[in-house]
Design a binder for this molecule. Structure first.
Ligand SMILES: Cc1cc2nc3c(=O)[nH]c(=O)nc-3n(C[C@H](O)[C@H](O)[C@H](O)COP(=O)(O)OP(=O)(O)OC[C@H]3O[C@@H](n4cnc5c(N)ncnc54)[C@H](O)[C@@H]3O)c2cc1C
Length: 313
């Protein structure tokens, strides 16, 4: 390896955080590359419409927003490499980023690999995934035209996705283990007004049953009485939280109890030269607007870190 093989900044993950970080890094003329294992866009590729990203008073499709983010980063010369990050070596001033397609070297690394849906972890979930069990209403909702479906969860995403599913399904059953919702009031009220939605509160799913054609029913249990009852549905959409895409992150990078990377306000992680941005970071609000802010801050501070190394040399 000679000095020319070393990037200033390698950005991991092509969602809103990584795309924004690469826009800032490329525009500031750092030698940088964005690594993404799938298509650019991250979680935006899994849903339809974004209503709360500033600058779009009528909302914008998630796909269009991805196109705009990508076009802007490319205008400043964003270099993009397809590959999955498998491991990081973060000791020393030159970090190694091991991909399935080779190894990259960099003075600084911005981790923006986001997160994935948490599993319910009940009998039948794995067996029927893709055959009635789904984690993406936009992807699979249209399969349930004129049918009844269930949504499991009580946060913003669960209730928003239940509302979306009413476009196709004749009835959407929301199953929530608590007696009240964590979703913000405006979304919850919209769901309460929607006569296609039925709430099953204080209920958990203990099993997903079905046959050759896929899911046929859920077994629900009342958390107070312990009583169980079947709910006949051919589809169940699970929105019960998120787990960070962090398998490749070595233990010296501090993480919280859920595995999200702990940073300071400059997006610096616990290892010098390592920054984190977006949903992979330990924080309260995981949204496009916060991912974008994190990405800009992380790239800016990664750049400052690289300049401090260059001044030392
Ligand atoms: C159903 C749903 C609806 C939502 N609706 C909204 C909404 O209306 N408004 C809003 O503001 N937010 C919404 N969000 C949240 C928003 O999409 C996220 O907060 C945002 O996408 C986070 O961006 P990110 O860049 O941090 O991570 P992500 O979007 O998760 O992107 C991370 C990227 O990293 C890649 N990656 C992961 N691991 C690796 C690896 N090892 N190697 C290489 N690449 C890797 C992934 O493929 C992915 O492309 C929604 C999320 C979901 C799931």
């Amino acid at each position: 390896m000679n000095g020319n093989d070393v990037y200033d900044i390698v950005l991991l993950g092509g969602g809103p955080a990584g795309l924004t970080a690469s826009l800032y890094a490329a525009r500031a003329r750092f030698k940088c590359v964005l690594v993404e294992k799938l298509g650019l866009g991250g979680q935006l590729l899994t849903y339809e419409k974004v209503d709360n990203y500033p600058g779009f008073p009528e909302g914008v499709t998630a796909f269009e927003l991805v196109e705009l983010f990508s076009a802007q980063a490319k205008r400043f010369g964003m270099e993009h490499r397809s590959g999955e990050v498998r491991a990081l070596e973060l000791d020393g001033e030159v970090k190694a980023v091991h991909l399935d397609t080779g190894t990259l070297f960099a003075k600084s690394v911005v981790i923006a690999t986001g997160c994935a849906p948490r599993k319910l972890d009940v009998k039948g979930e794995r067996a029927f995934t893709g055959r009635g069990v789904s984690y993406c209403a936009v992807c699979d909702g249209p399969f349930y035209r004129e049918m009844e479906v269930a949504v499991v969860g009580g946060g913003d995403t669960a209730v928003e996705e239940a509302l979306y599913l009413t476009k196709f399904a004749t009835r959407v059953h929301i199953i929530h283990r608590r007696g009240d919702f964590r979703a913000i009031r405006v979304i919850q009220e919209e769901a309460e007004r929607n006569d296609k939605i039925t709430f099953h509160l204080n209920q958990i799913v203990t099993e997903i049953q079905g046959g050759d054609q896929g899911v046929e029913r859920l077994i629900l249990q009342d958390v107070q009485s312990g009583a169980t009852a079947p709910l006949d549905v051919p589809g169940v959409f699970i929105f019960v939280g998120l787990i960070p895409n962090a398998d490749f992150i070595p233990p010296q990078v501090a993480r919280d109890a859920q595995g999200f990377i702990v940073t300071d306000t400059e997006m610096a992680a616990s290892v010098p030269g390592v920054f984190a941005a977006g949903d992979i970071r330990s924080k309260a609000l995981r949204q496009i607007a916060t991912a974008v802010g994190d990405g800009a801050t992380a790239a800016f501070n990664a750049g400052r870190y690289v300049e401090s190394l260059n001044h030392k040399a």
